[in-house]
Design a protein around this ligand. Structure first.
Ligand SMILES: [Zn+2]
Length: 479
């Protein structure tokens, strides 16, 4: 995943920072029983095989629905086709502020069981971890969000806004779950959301420092076909200018495409803050835009995730055309997965590729696009998430990043939602690689701190004292 940070930062709060109203509520949580309860909830959720395709999210939705209803929390289903549904649960608020959404998806990607140390759907609690497909992406976050709802209800917290849980289907394939929720938007109409995105990552930029990456933007995806055409013929007789040869030439030009680095000023500010917290020679370099461009650029561009975060990418992911070895087809093509940064357009990218290939026998056909979009980080909920992320930790910094992949947050921003992505577990690169990989797991020791970070941030913006923007009255039109 990891992308690039951009902008504002929260630093570890000094220990003498005044207690907030939310802190008193957090202290009244019965942590000695809540943490085992949360561990069990996650383990049981991981035992439900909501692998997409086909999804089967209904079993996960049933499970969460039962738990929430037992607490007296109002729920409703948003059905998809057979065996699939999303869940909406809500805690009432005074309406002083617009609702806030705790968003997650309950489908998971497949797992290759024979490569795992444990059964991927065992939900095993072993060696200090909760194991299972989805532990990081993203049932761990679902469990934190459900437990946040439960604690708010049990503690009888008086809320100045509705808190709405959205546990949706189908994020991993077609996003039909979030799309069906968007169709009911007048029932939700939240001003802010929290969803998957970044994590707390140890040693990301500076050894010993934890960087809490809060996603404020996602790149857009532009999927297209690059199609070469020419006259068909017999395979026995090579003739110049036929479709496969045209395609090969175009691919060769694509492979030499020069990267254009997009240095957002905010990115530099972000490095500056990471550097200021980290200190030392690396810290000094990161605080200078000139030195970052001079000394760090190559390193960033060599690492595939940071390369993807700094550039519009064009990736050949497949080929088509040709039926028989002895027939030269009239058309052959390549499938391209292109990702564009906020501010860029699909049309702009196609124009760039046309100019690069510069061949009338090549055409580009867009098969699907999503726009990149971004939320401001100058926002009370962002600040609450960032403050809670680093609270009580040494050498910790929180800041916004651009996610290089799709998340459902992208569907909410056009509705006027300030959408953030942050799963509040501190992990390292090795654990991060288990999401969509083998042996996906989350440290048991991160569950309580994770819940404190999320619940604390939700309390900060829903129990008074912090004023955020109200949902836009023209939100219907924005859709
Ligand atoms: Zn996910």
């Amino acid at each position: 995943m990891l992308a690039l940070l951009a902008f504002a930062f929260a630093r570890s709060l000094p220990s003498d920072a005044p207690a907030r109203p939310a802190d008193r509520i957090l202290d009244s949580v019965e942590w000695s029983t809540t943490t085992p309860e949360l561990t069990r909830l996650l383990s049981e959720l991981l035992q439900i095989e909501s692998v997409n395709p086909p999804g089967n999210e209904l079993a996960a939705v049933d499970y969460l629905d039962r738990i929430l209803q037992a607490e007296g929390i109002l729920t409703e289903r948003v059905p998809l086709e057979d065996g699939r549904a999303s869940l909406i649960a809500r805690l009432p608020g005074s309406g002083e502020q617009a609702p806030i959404c705790l968003l997650s998806h309950v489908d998971v990607v497949p797992a290759e069981a024979d490569r795992w140390k444990v059964e991927p759907f065992s939900g095993a609690v072993k060696d200090g971890f909760v194991w299972g497909r989805g532990a990081l992406d993203m049932k761990g976050m679902t469990a934190l969000e459900v437990m946040t709802m439960i604690q708010l209800k049990r503690l009888g917290v008086s809320l100045n806004r509705q808190v709405i849980l959205l546990a949706v289907a189908d994020e991993e394939v077609d996003s039909k779950g979030i799309d069906s929720v968007v169709k009911l938007w007048d029932k939700v109409n939240c001003s802010h959301s929290i969803n998957e995105g970044g994590y707390g990552l140890r040693d990301l930029f500076i050894k010993g420092q934890t960087f809490h990456a809060i996603s404020v933007a996602e790149k857009g995806a532009v999927w297209m076909k690059m199609i070469a055409s020419g006259s068909p013929g017999h395979g026995s007789t090579p003739v110049p200018g036929r479709a496969p040869e045209v395609l090969t030439r175009a691919l060769e030009k694509l492979s030499r495409r020069k990267d254009v680095v997009h240095w957002a000023p905010s990115l530099m500010e972000s490095f500056r803050r990471v550097g200021a917290e980290g200190g030392g020679l690396t810290g000094a370099i990161l605080q200078s835009p000139f030195l970052v461009k001079l000394l760090v650029r190559d390193r960033l561009m060599k690492s595939p995730p940071t390369h993807a975060a700094l550039t519009n990418t064009v990736n050949v992911t497949g080929f088509f055309g040709g039926k028989a070895p002895n027939v030269v087809p009239s058309e052959v093509g390549a499938v391209l997965d292109c990702r564009i940064l906020p501010g860029e357009t699909a049309e702009g990218l196609v124009a760039e590729l046309k100019a690069l290939v510069n061949d009338p026998a090549i055409r580009f056909e867009i098969t699907s696009t999503t726009n990149a979009n971004e939320s401001t980080w100058d926002d009370p909920f962002f600040r609450a998430l960032a403050d809670r992320a680093v609270l009580g930790q040494e050498h910790a910094v929180a800041g916004p990043i651009v996610s290089i992949g799709y998340t459902d947050s992208q569907a909410l921003r056009p509705l006027g939602v300030h959408a953030y992505g942050y799963v509040p577990f501190v992990i390292d690169g090795e654990l991060l690689a288990t999401a969509h990989g083998d042996d996906e797991r989350v440290p048991v020791a991160e569950l309580e701190p994770g819940l404190r970070r999320l619940l604390g941030a939700v309390l900060d913006v829903s129990t008074g004292g912090v004023v955020g923007p109200r949902a836009r009255p023209d939100v219907e039109k924005a859709r």
